[in-house]
Structures are given as structure tokens and as C-alpha cells.
Design a binder for this molecule. Structure first.
Ligand code: DGL
Length: 260
């Protein structure tokens, strides 16, 4: 069982990437919808919430944990790895930052205030390639726009344009969507940035790393004969959560509300 968590159902964008590579790998998902957003909360609070979720996933038998939330990955991943040294903990920032130099020379990263102000993406990308130019931009209005299903509104396009103006002026060749919700705005973001900018998500690389980790395990994923059923939990369940989940996964899923 792979335990995957996020501050809400946006982390299903990461589940989608994982399922693209490994359709049969069994997962337990937890979305902390009652306490979303994490992106404007303090490091201490995000660490506390994340730790409670890991306790829950651990109690369900998960030995591998995926932090699908960029905000939690930015400020709580090291804390969780230290606290739960017995678990294999992957996070979307560590894998997302592995941008191969090739066409990418100037990278833009967008995310929540917690992610961007932590400076973690810049630090990790520069550590892997000190010649890479990295520019970052917090886009705190993107999450509520997605949550309210304002994806196709002209106002949203205006806001996207405003936030991305500086990155466009810098002529970044790659734009990393460092937030679970941003893939839902990918079309608008790509349109605003133009054809010369490659837009990538932080979930893609995570799925590759997870596959590599599982292949290294004694039980190969191809040996899973009758995969267990995936389970989806949230801390608060509203219609908009169900709708967003369906939009991301392209199918209806059973979601159960639980108290941690
Ligand atoms: N899941 C968060 C992230 O990826 C976005 C939503 C929030 O702020 O909680 O940063």
C-alpha cells in the first residue's frame, strides 16, 4: 500500500501521474479538505497536520508515503523523514526539482506562498545544477480559483497573466507547476506563457521515482496479482470536493470522510 496525502483533493493530480505509470499499484489517499489551504499556513502548523496524516496512513499499513502536497513537501518533508525513519517518504519537491539540463536553462517555478517563501525549489534546483537560472513566483489566488471551479472564467486568465508577467519577461524556457492544483490551470498557463515555454508538473517525476523505488523492492509491481482496492479519505466532504476529484481523475471515485 502506498499512502499518498495532500491538503485536499488536488493531490489526485499526483495520483493520476502515478496511475499512468503503475495502474495496479494499490494506494490509500488522504486529503485534508477540512484544513485546506496549507499554502498560507506556518511551517509548524503544516508539520503538525502532516504528521497526523502520516500516523493515519501508517496505521493503515503504508510503508511508503508520498507527500503530494508541494506546501507540505517544502516545509515538512525533512521533519517527517526524521520522525518516521522507518518509512520511505517521497515528496513532490525533491523529485520535481530534478530538472534535466538540456533545453532547460532558465526555469520558472510557481507555487503557494508557503512553497515559494521556503526557497526550497530554488535551493534544490541550483544544488543539482548551479548554472541553471531559477525564478520563482507565488500565485496564492490559483488554489481558490480552482477550488471554486473558476477554471474557464476570463477573470482567471487575467489573474494568471498578472502573476506570470515577470516570468514571461524573464523568458523562462521551462515552467514548473509547483502546486497540486495548478495542473488544472495548465491550458491557460501554457497559453499565457507561449509556445517557447515548456510547462511541467511536479507529479510526473515523482511517479518515475516511485516506480524506480518499487522496482528495487523485493516484491515487483508486476507481481501484484490481485491488487487491493484503492481507498480515498478526506477530513471534510463537500460536493465541490467530489466534483474536483472527478475532474482530475476523469472518473467517479468513492470518497470517505474520516476524523483523524
Ligand atoms: N496542496 C497545496 C500545494 O500543493 C495547494 C493547496 C493548499 O494551499 O493547501 O501546495
Amino acid at each position: 500500500m502506498i499512502g499518498i496525502f495532500d491538503s485536499g483533493v488536488g493531490g489526485l493530480t499526483v495520483v493520476k501521474e502515478i496511475k499512468k505509470l503503475m495502474p495496479d499499484v494499490p494506494i490509500i489517499y488522504f486529503g485534508d479538505t477540512a484544513r485546506l489551504p496549507y499554502g498560507n499556513k506556518s511551517r509548524e502548523t503544516i508539520q503538525k497536520y502532516s504528521s497526523e496524516i502520516v500516523d493515519f496512513l501508517k496505521s493503515k499499513g503504508c510503508q511508503t508515503i508520498v507527500i503530494a502536497c508541494n506546501s507540505a513537501s517544502s516545509v515538512a518533508a525533512d521533519y517527517l523523514r526524521e520522525k518516521y525513519s522507518e518509512l520511505n517518504i517521497l515528496d513532490v519537491v525533491s523529485t520535481g526539482a530534478r530538472i534535466r539540463r538540456g533545453k532547460a536553462k532558465k526555469v520558472g517555478v510557481i507555487g503557494t506562498t508557503a512553497t515559494i517563501s521556503s526557497g526550497i525549489y530554488k535551493k534544490k534546483i541550483s544544488k543539482l545544477d548551479s548554472n541553471m537560472e531559477v525564478y520563482t513566483q507565488a500565485c496564492p489566488l490559483f488554489v481558490p480559483l480552482v477550488e471554486e471551479d473558476w477554471i474557464r472564467r476570463p477573470e482567471t486568465k487575467k489573474i494568471v497573466r498578472t502573476y506570470l508577467r515577470e516570468l514571461k519577461l524573464k523568458k523562462v524556457d521551462t515552467l514548473l507547476l509547483g502546486c497540486t492544483h495548478y495542473p488544472l490551470l495548465e491550458k491557460i498557463i501554457s497559453g499565457v506563457m507561449g509556445k517557447r515555454t515548456k510547462v511541467i508538473t511536479s507529479g510526473e517525476k515523482l511517479a518515475e521515482k516511485l516506480r524506480a523505488d518499487l522496482r528495487g523492492d523485493s516484491i515487483s509491481i508486476v507481481e501484484i496479482e490481485s491488487p487491493a482496492e484503492d481507498k480515498y479519505f478526506v477530513s471534510d466532504l463537500k460536493n465541490k470536493n467530489k466534483k474536483l476529484a472527478g475532474m482530475i481523475l476523469g472518473k467517479k471515485i468513492k470518497i470517505k470522510k474520516i476524523d483523524l
